[in-house]
Write a protein that binds this ligand. Structure first.
Ligand SMILES: Nc1ncnc2c1ncn2[C@@H]1O[C@H](COP(=O)(O)OP(=O)(O)OP(=O)(O)O)[C@@H](O)[C@H]1O
Length: 603
């Protein structure tokens, strides 16, 4: 058996000079201790498969490992140089992929070879089989489908096909449908029309479930379904629920039962499907009976789940659901001339180099896009951008209308009454006042690409507290907090945002938006995993929208800064976008970098 001493003599001994975690190397060593190998490349392959799983990949893509190892692993050249030569070839002799219960699974098809942890491979297989089973089952399609669609959709007068109508038609004809589109392309509007069509053709009341991966996204789905339903006749409204729940709750992933229960349902609609990871998707498909309709709504161009598997984008581009995927492209929120829409399109454009077009947009810097270019922000070292620029209070020059006090002006005005001062008593906050404060808080948000560093979330949060004169104690009136871990007892989900305020009894509590539009008060002492959230990462902002977004791009290159991240960040803005990029080159390089996610669902 290869001992640690032997290993250190071999290339495997260099693993410590790479970003491999202790878990990755421990897994490789464990496999080796159970079934020894005398080829150190086997240890590397096992550790790299674990490493990729931890980075959100379903598997280790061996073809890409051979041609683009650095990009695939997210390593620099020095780290990549520690990898032994011909690593991919050693996969064929791996001792840990043999048999039905092997810890690793090796697959090979026209796209090349892939190495999986068994749990990832099982989830992917379950997804494939479940989808195939759904597609094989006939679906009840109303005989008068076209007439019903005619009644719901007015013909377009530009001669172009109505993709919303097509999405509705496809979803009416299939047991699983993917509807993808950017912000405001009418995904919710389309799904409400579909639900009205389905309830209109059913002789009995349909069981309809609405869900989203996070509490925030579920609350937004509830709101947008309620709004879209107001356009429908009263009898249809009465038969369609508006209350969405989190996927965890729908699937009861927190329950102690080991056997996954199947839902009693006819139609399940899941929004923000790009945030669903591989194992959650497998569970969802298992829980929705094959006889029910499953409709997944999302934006395939957004960042994928931080957990493994870019499931939505792979399913949208692969052949598995090719005929069940409809892409909505026309935004009804941003017209063709809208700056945010133009930026979103240009960032996503399928061209070899989108930099010239982005630079042209940046230089034109219309009103909607306030830019803070290098010469205006930096005094001295570019790695230490001057964050005090953000304290600007007024909008005399629209290009500089990014001050924190300006962005949060309505929220600060409302908050004033509830903050203690030398002359006034702190006024307690009613539920309605707390709800208004929570709403006003989302008029502005600082989104960062990274957590650490001079322009990361941690430093910007500290800076904002200082700039707004808040934060003298751990808990203060006005402290916005984000939940960082699901808390099933309190029914708070990772990503939920609350505000610390004097509650109706005057005692400091945290108000969270309740699903019925009101608020829920929670004692600060009961909140274990929360962090201040004036600034948040783009990853955490998924499923939220803000009137005005300040998107902060770091001054130094970072592999996490990708096209998907910039797209997700800028499309969180409803009306106004400010991009602060002290080094424009870092922004252009980020927009050129694609997230590489390996997996077998995109074939
Ligand atoms: N075909 C249409 N014609 C005119 N307006 C539309 C059309 N479809 C949607 N809208 C309007 O555009 C806005 C956005 O629609 P909707 O909320 O359905 O989009 P979405 O894709 O679900 O957006 P989100 O990004 O919030 O998920 C709504 O105000 C809606 O009424």
């Amino acid at each position: 058996m290869t001992t640690l001493k032997d290993l250190l003599k071999q290339p495997w001994g260099q693993a410590h000079a790479t970003p491999l975690t202790g878990l990755d190397t421990a897994l490789a060593n464990l496999l080796n201790s159970k079934q020894p190998s005398d080829d150190p490349r086997h240890l590397w392959l096992a550790a790299l498969t674990s490493h990729q799983w931890g980075r959100g990949h379903a598997c280790l893509d061996l073809a890409t490992l051979q041609t683009q190892a650095a990009a695939l692993l997210g390593w620099n050249d020095e780290q990549t140089s520690t990898l032994p030569a011909d690593l991919h070839q050693a996969a064929n002799t791996l001792p840990w992929t043999q048999g039905d219960a092997s810890p690793l699974v090796l697959t090979e098809d026209t796209q090349g070879a892939r190495l999986y942890l068994r749990r990832a491979w099982t989830a992917e297989q379950n997804i494939r089989q479940n989808i195939a089973q759904r597609l094989a089952l006939p679906c009840d399609v109303p005989a008068d489908l076209q007439q019903r669609l005619d009644a719901l959709f007015t013909p377009t007068n530009n001669g172009e096909p109505d993709m919303q109508r097509l999405a509705c038609e496809v979803a009416a004809q299939n047991r699983i449908t993917l509807i993808t589109g950017g912000p405001g392309t009418g995904k919710t509007t389309t799904v409400v029309k579909l639900l009205s069509l389905l309830v209109g053709t059913s002789s009995r009341d349909l069981q309809i479930h609405l869900a989203a991966p996070t509490g925030k996204a579920a609350a937004r789905l509830t709101e947008s379904i309620s709004n879209a339903l107001t356009q429908m006749p009263a009898d249809v409204q009465a038969r369609i629920p508006t209350q969405a729940q989190t996927l965890h709750r729908l699937l009861q992933t927190n329950s102690k039962a080991t056997q996954l229960h199947q839902l009693a349902t006819d139609v399940v609609v899941v929004d923000e499907a790009s945030m669903i990871d591989l194992e959650m998707m497998a569970r969802l498909l298992q829980a929705v009976p094959p006889t029910a309709r499953l409709i997944l709504l999302g934006d395939k161009d957004q960042l994928a789940s931080v957990e493994a598997g870019a499931v939505m984008s792979q399913l949208c581009t692969g052949s598995l659901l090719q005929h069940q995927t409809v892409t909505l492209v026309h935004s009804h929120r941003f017209d063709a001339k809208s700056g945010i829409g133009q930026w979103a399109r240009t960032v996503n454009a399928d061209v070899a180099d989108n930099t010239p077009a982005l630079k042209a947009l940046w230089n034109a810097a219309p009103d909607w896009l306030a830019t803070l270019p290098l010469q205006q922000t930096i005094e001295g070292d570019a790695a230490e951008p001057d964050v005090t620029r953000l304290q600007l209070t007024s909008a005399s020059d629209p290009k500089l209308a990014v001050g924190l006090r300006y962005g949060w002006r309505n929220w600060l005005a409302l908050l004033d009454a509830h903050r203690p001062s030398k002359t006034t008593q702190t006024a307690p906050c009613s539920d309605a006042q707390a709800a208004a404060l929570l709403k006003a808080f989302t008029e502005f948000c600082v989104l960062c690409a990274v957590r650490e560093g001079p322009l990361g979330v941690v430093q910007l949060n500290a800076h904002v507290e200082l700039a707004l004169g808040l934060g003298q104690s751990a808990w203060y009136a006005g402290r916005p907090v984000m939940v960082t871990r699901n808390d099933y007892a309190l029914e708070l989900m990772n990503g939920d945002i609350g505000l610390c305020l004097p509650g109706p009894d005057g005692v400091l509590r945290v108000a969270f938006p309740a699903v019925d539009g009101g608020v829920r008060w929670v004692m600060p002492s009961r909140l274990d995993s929360v962090e201040t959230v004036f600034a948040m990462t783009v990853h955490k902002s998924q499923g939220s929208e803000f009137t005005h977004v300040l998107l902060v791009i770091p001054a130094l290159e970072s592999p996490v800064l990708t096209r998907e991240l910039v797209y997700t960040g800028l499309t969180r803005a409803r009306q106004r976008l400010t991009v602060w990029a002290p080094q424009l080159g870092v922004l252009w390089n980020g927009c050129a970098r694609r997230v590489l996610r390996s997996g077998g669902l995109g074939d």
